[in-house]
Design a protein around this ligand. Structure first.
Ligand SMILES: Nc1ncnc2c1ncn2[C@@H]1O[C@H](COP(=O)(O)OP(=O)(O)OP(=O)(O)O)[C@@H](O)[C@H]1O
Length: 601
């Protein structure tokens, strides 16, 4: 037995778009560290190390190709045909090696992305769909499109982190390798001073390369900073647009009957206009960025010529040496200016982490599925007790007046009240799915959690027998029992479909048929506590009578709390609790027995 009390106002309102310093990095570490400690992560780490090793191999080949400049151009300068021919053969061999290494490296890199994404997706799914968080997050409405954060943001995070981390590591290796080469080729430049004399500048090419790349990094940061915010908005609007389209499939029949196709096209076009508007802003910012990045990329080689020319003119380098120094200079600049080339992707990564950070915080909600808090208060007997329970909206606004109720095993109580008085939410609160309530809900010690039948039952796209066992996979109910129950509720024609193919049952069955299947499913679970939310509202009188007969004939009889409007359903219960909305009727709730006498509950 456990007691639940409402947690009061949610703190979820801060989640949308909230940012905290270092939050993105912490969020990344929270997601990444457990992966590398898990078995899958260790396998991926080995693949990453191999990909990195191959990438270093490619750097080494590049290094050899750079040294090849010296050999080839030296031979050319000496007009040594044989040496030129050998150098050409070397070039072919290095190229073949480079192709092999690069292809295998790209493959391993993709495999690491797949492993990382698989683990990440599984973890996000487990956390999102576990402990009743799916509904809690949905009911607060503070996280937009969580489905797309699992599908799209996890994919982007895996892609971008593997790509960027490999790139940064390689840049560091290249930088270390080529700085030494460039330093040794630079020699010492004697800078003439205005008052006569000169200033000796050792390793001047290294200093020039680092200065040049450092300034480029600063400019890249200045110009690229707005890209992160624009990328986040783009991902958000794309997700809204996709969700709107996907939702249309669920309401296709209603849209068709209402003749709403054109209007829906207009609404979708309006959402797409939001996508487009931000995409244009993003494209403009990319253009500004490219106005800097493109000339930077194209001019690195030329600049390297101007920087290395003084050493050639001073006779410190021959032509081959100058060509080698030129290659080394470009590589040092390109590796040190890693920000310039990676900024657009870094901005995208930052946007993804901003979205995942808010999601991650919502997923950190530790409210237990069925017994929020405080646990430990015991009921005197095996009963469900509601003590002054007020159901509230997520913002704390009361939706009902205080409800007192005691439900004993085997009892059947009807919950009535005008539409919108909070019957469904009270049932959800008792079941632990609606955390917004005050007062105490004391759960019974045995047979809890209850089995709940909702007004619009959900049947997963599985073969019918499996859909009837959902969410369990191995209920004790046999095929014969299922068939008997289907027959009892007037759905004998579906017996043949029990082990047939999966269908989208929401589409191929009527609401009344789905309600009857939901009752069969609940009975198969042999409930001790049954919460029913207008589960016969779509049935004709005869079908409803059959369903109520099944309910009354259960042995041992479960305790039933049934939200109902119809007299027939109410008559099947021992007592009635009438609910009034907090905004409507003022006065105490009354428990009324069906024979007409009434008593304070
Ligand atoms: N997520 C929500 N946030 C805020 N208010 C909500 C939310 N869900 C429902 N409500 C409001 O709570 C009130 C009670 O809703 P509920 O569905 O429990 O009524 P009900 O008595 O079951 O109605 P009906 O008999 O029509 O099924 C309604 O006024 C509804 O607008």
């Amino acid at each position: 037995m456990t007691v639940t009390t409402g947690p009061g106002r949610p703190s979820g309102g801060r989640l949308r778009g909230a940012r905290r310093p270092g939050g993105r990095l912490r969020c990344f570490l929270r997601l990444a560290l457990p992966f590398f400690l898990a078995r899958e992560g260790r396998g991926a780490a080995i693949k990453f190390a191999l990909a990195f090793g191959l990438a270093i191999g490619a750097v080494w080949i590049g290094f050899e190709r750079n040294a090849w400049n010296q050999t080839f151009f030296g031979a050319l300068e000496r007009r040594d045909a044989a040496a030129v021919a050998w150098a050409t053969l070397d070039w072919v061999w290095l190229l073949a090696l480079l192709v092999g290494v690069s292809v295998q490296r790209a493959y391993l890199e993709r495999m690491v992305v797949i492993d990382w994404r698989t683990w990440l997706t599984g973890r996000l799914l487990d956390r999102w769909l576990g402990r009743g968080r799916l509904w809690r997050i949905e009911s607060r409405g503070t996280i937009d499109n969580p489905d797309q954060r699992v599908a799209e943001d996890a994919r982007l995070l895996a892609d971008l982190t593997v790509d960027l981390s490999l790139r940064v590591l390689l840049d560091l290796v290249e930088l270390g390798l080529y700085i030494g080469v460039l330093w040794s080729l630079s020699g010492t430049l004697a800078l003439p001073l205005p008052g006569g004399g000169s200033l000796d500048l050792p390793g001047y090419m290294v200093i020039a390369a680092l200065l040049y790349a450092g300034i480029a990094n600063l400019v890249a940061h200045k110009l690229g900073r707005p890209l992160a915010g624009l990328s986040a908005t783009q991902q958000h609007r794309e997700a809204d647009f996709r969700f709107g389209l996907a939702r249309l499939r669920d309401v296709a029949i209603e849209v068709a009957l209402l003749g709403g196709g054109r209007r829906e096209a207009g609404l979708a076009a309006r959402r797409f206009a939001d996508v487009r508007r931000n995409a244009v802003d993003l494209a403009r910012r990319h253009r500004i960025y490219a106005l800097f990045q493109t000339p930077f990329s194209y001019t690195v080689l030329n600049i390297s010529m101007f920087v290395t020319a003084p050493a050639y003119l001073a006779g410190q380098l021959d032509l081959g040496g100058m060509m080698q120094a030129r290659g080394a200079f470009s590589t040092v600049v390109a590796s040190f200016a890693t920000l310039v080339f990676a900024y657009p992707k870094l901005a995208e990564l930052s946007a993804v982490l901003t979205r995942l950070e808010a999601f991650d915080r919502a997923l950190a909600d530790r409210t237990p599925r069925h017994c929020p808090h405080p646990a430990g208060r015991r009921a005197a007997a095996d009963r469900l007790v509601l003590d002054g329970v007020v159901v509230t909206a997520p913002d704390g606004r009361p939706l009902t007046l205080p409800v007192d109720l005691v439900l004993a095993p085997g009892e059947r109580v009807a919950l009535t009240g005008a539409s919108g008085t909070g019957k469904s939410l009270l049932i959800a609160a008792i079941a632990g799915a609606w955390p917004h309530h005050r007062g105490r809900i004391i759960h019974p010690s045995g047979g809890w959690p209850p089995v709940v039948i909702t007004q619009r039952p959900y049947l997963p796209m599985l073969p019918l027998a499996e859909a009837l066992r959902y969410p369990a996979t191995d209920l004790p109910g046999t095929a014969a029992e299922m068939a008997q129950l289907l027959d009892a509720v007037g759905l004998g024609r579906l017996i043949a479909a029990l082990d047939g193919p999966a269908h989208d049952w929401d589409r191929v069955l009527s609401p009344g048929e789905r309600q009857r299947l939901a009752l069969v499913r609940a009975v198969l679970r042999r409930p001790r506590w049954l919460l029913i939310d207008e589960a016969t509202s779509a049935l004709d009188a005869a079908s409803e009578a059959r369903v109520l007969d099944v309910l009354k004939g259960l042995h041992p009889p479960p305790a039933v709390l049934m939200a109902a409007h119809r007299d027939t359903a109410i008559a099947a219960c021992d007592r009635v609790v009438r609910l009034s909305s907090a905004a409507g009727i003022i006065g105490p709730h009354r428990t009324v027995s069906v024979d007409g006498s009434s008593a304070r509950s």
